[in-house]
Design a protein around this ligand. Structure first.
Ligand code: 3Y8
Ligand code: NAP
Length: 253
C-alpha cells in the first residue's frame, strides 16, 4: 500500500499535494515550521524537523512510509541530504521534484557567486541600495558591509535584532509578480539585487523587474545535494508513483 511523505515548502510541492489529494493517495505533507502561518495543504500536515537523518529514518519506519518525495527548495540542502540518507537506511523509495535553475538572458547583468560570503564581497563597500530577497536566515553575513542600505523581504516580522544598521523591512510572502517587484525596486531606489538561484516562478519576478530597470543581480548558485532520482514536473512524479515506466527520469547532475 503506497504511503507518501511529501517534503514541502515550494510552489511545486503545493501543486504536487493537490495532485496527490485528487488521486486519493495516502500521504502526509511536511513543513519545517519556518513560518508562522504556512499555506494550508490538501493533505494531512506535520510541521517541524525530524531530528536529523536518523530521526527521519525512524519516522519513515514508524509511519510505514513507502515513498518520499523531496520537493523542498534547492537551498534546503540539509533536508535533501537527510532524505537520501534516511531512505537508504529505511529502504524507502525516494525522488526529488526540482525546478531548473534560472539562466541569465542576454540583457541581464548577473554576477554569479558560489555562496553568501561571495555575494557580500560582490557588493560595493558603501552607498549601494541592496534588495536582499533571500529570506531571514542569511542576513547576518551582510553586516560585513554596514555602509549600504538594505531592503529586506521577509515572510514574517523579524523576532529580535537584525544586525544591519541601515535597513527597510518589507513583510511579504510570494509568489510575487513583476509589476509589484518593479514598483518595489523603484520606490526604494534599489541599485543591486541579491538572489538565490531558486528557479521556479514564485521568486522569479524580481529578476524580470531588475532586467526592466537595468539593475545588476548578484546570483547565488545552488548548494550541492547528493545524487538522487529527480523529476522536473508533477506528472512525472505521479507516473513514477504509479510505477509507469514513462516517467523519463534521470539522476540529478
Ligand atoms: C516555510 C511555506 C507555496 C510555496 C511558495 C517558491 C516560491 C513563494 C519565493 C523573494 C524571495 C525565499 C523564501 C521564497 C519564495 C515561494 C514558496 C517561496 C523566497 C514559504 C513557506 C515556507 C518558506 C520558508 C522560507 C525561508 C526563506 C524562503 C522567503 C509557507 C512561504 C527568500 C527563498 O522568514 C523565514 O524564515 C523564511 C525562510 C526558508 C529562505 C531563508 O533562508 O530565509 N522560504 N517559504 C517552509 C517550511 O516551514 O517548511 O509558509 O506557506 C514557501 C515559499 N517561499 O506553498 O506556494 O516555490 O520558491 N521563500 C528564495 O527563493 O530565495 C522569497 O523575496 O523574492
Ligand atoms: P535546510 O536548511 O535544508 O533544513 C534544515 C533542517 O530543517 C532540516 O535538517 C530539517 O530538520 C528541517 N527541515 C527542512 N525542511 C523540512 C521539511 N520540509 N519538513 C520537516 N523538516 C524540515 O532547510 P531550509 O533551507 O531551512 O528550508 C526550510 C523549509 O523552507 C523547507 O521546507 C524548504 O523547502 C522551505 N524553503 C526554503 C527556502 C530556502 O531558501 N532555503 C526557500 C523556500 C522554501 P531535522 O534535521 O531536525 O529533520
Amino acid at each position: 500500500m503506497t504511503r507518501i511523505l511529501l517534503l514541502g515548502g515550494t510552489t511545486e510541492a503545493s501543486r504536487l499535494a493537490v495532485a496527490l489529494a485528487e488521486a486519493g493517495m495516502d500521504g502526509v505533507f511536511s513543513y519545517a515550521g519556518r513560518t508562522a502561518r504556512p499555506v494550508t495543504q490538501p493533505l494531512p500536515l506535520r510541521v517541524g524537523g525530524f531530528g536529523g537523518g536518523e530521526g527521519l529514518a525512524a519516522f519513515l519506519k514508524a509511519e510505514g512510509i513507502t515513498h518520499v518525495i523531496d520537493a523542498t527548495h534547492p537551498f534546503a540542502a540539509q533536508m535533501s541530504a537527510n532524505a537520501v540518507y534516511a531512505c537508504e537506511r529505511a529502504n524507502v523509495a525516494l525522488c526529488a521534484l526540482e525546478r531548473p535553475a534560472w539562466q541569465a538572458q542576454l540583457s541581464d547583468d548577473w554576477r554569479h557567486v558560489d555562496n553568501l560570503a561571495e555575494a557580500v564581497e560582490a557588493l560595493p563597500e558603501v552607498g549601494a541600495r541592496v534588495f536582499l530577497a533571500i529570506g531571514k536566515q542569511n542576513l547576518a553575513a551582510f553586516a560585513g558591509k554596514p555602509g549600504n542600505h538594505y531592503l529586506l523581504r521577509l515572510v514574517d516580522p523579524p523576532e529580535g535584532q537584525i544586525p544591519l544598521p541601515d535597513k527597510t523591512v518589507e513583510i511579504a510572502r510570494g509568489p510575487f509578480d513583476v509589476a509589484g517587484d518593479r514598483a518595489l525596486l523603484q520606490a526604494h531606489g534599489i541599485t543591486h539585487v541579491v538572489s538565490k538561484n531558486a528557479g521556479g516562478s514564485g521568486a522569479e519576478a524580481k529578476l524580470q523587474a531588475a532586467r526592466d530597470l537595468g539593475l545588476p543581480v548578484i546570483m547565488i548558485a545552488r548548494p550541492k545535494v547528493p545524487q538522487r532520482l529527480t523529476f522536473g514536473t508533477v506528472p512525472a512524479v505521479m507516473a513514477w508513483l504509479s510505477g509507469r515506466p514513462d516517467h523519463g527520469a534521470e539522476p540529478s547532475a
